[in-house]
Design a protein around this ligand. Structure first.
Ligand code: SAM
Length: 224
């Protein structure tokens, strides 16, 4: 039985799922909730970062549980960049479908990558849950990670990397890993879903000061 089977999902997480604002399963949300509570309990220093916001669901859950920390959410807020040579066939097929304009959103909704003004929609989603983007506690940063994600910023307690393919996962790990405080977490949403994410994570772990803490339903790395 999973360690998290009996964890009760907070009502905000249930509401976010009901409103179809997240692609995360209940089990993945439970694990995120567990990790953020853990860094709060142990007073691990630093901000909360999410790379891969889409409609904002998992970011809203993290922001709701972070206490006095600051939240930084990064996304292109448009069409996801294409996978590369280190990604598998499934990633390339998924991307072809997105590019063809035929991808469907959650439960038949319009796929978020086709929305006209996704950033403003996500701002409204955060606001509707009581977490307006104020440029201080809540920050939404638009653009490609390679252009927006600083490697020399403030300490990070928890980073949720949810961006599917090899290249962005590798870049996020390399830029954010050194900023994670001892005891802090990196959560890799796609570790069991896309081989590019797993490949980038496994390669990173060969030399980085992290242990793999949980590997299902996603991977959770903990800084030594
Ligand atoms: C699976 S979605 C995130 C899901 C979200 N966390 C949730 O709760 O449903 C992946 C997101 O990563 C973003 N993304 C992927 N690669 C990126 C890159 N290189 N730069 C910026 N955003 C990227 C996509 O635009 C997309 O919104």
């Amino acid at each position: 039985m999973s360690l998290l089977t009996n964890l009760f999902l907070p009502s905000i997480a249930r509401k976010v799922r009901k409103k179809r604002l997240t692609y995360l399963s209940r089990e993945k949300l439970k694990s995120l909730v567990h990790c953020i509570r853990q860094v709060n309990k142990e007073k691990v220093d630093g901000d909360v970062l999410e790379m891969g916001i889409a409609l904002g669901g998992s970011g809203i859950v993290l922001a709701s549980l972070m206490g006095e920390r600051h939240f930084y959410g990064y996304d292109v807020f448009g069409q996801i960049p294409k996978p590369g040579a280190d990604d598998g066939e499934d990633a390339h097929m998924r991307f072809s479908r997105i590019e063809s304009g035929k991808s469907k959103g959650l439960k038949g909704d319009l796929y978020y990558g086709y929305h006209n003004d996704l950033l403003n929609e996500v701002r409204q989603n955060f606001e509707s849950f009581g977490y307006p983007e104020d440029g201080s506690r809540i920050n939404l940063i638009e653009g490609l990670f390679q252009d927006t994600l600083p490697s020399d910023g403030a300490a990070v307690a928890l980073a949720h990397i949810d961006c599917d393919w090899f290249d962005p996962v590798k870049l996020c790990l390399e830029r954010i890993g050194p900023r994670i405080s001892p005891g802090g977490f990196i959560i890799l949403d796609d570790f069991n879903d896309y081989e590019g994410c797993r490949k980038a994570t496994d390669a990173y772990l060969e030399n980085a000061p992290f242990d793999i803490f949980i590997h299902e339903p996603h991977a959770v790395l903990r800084r030594r």
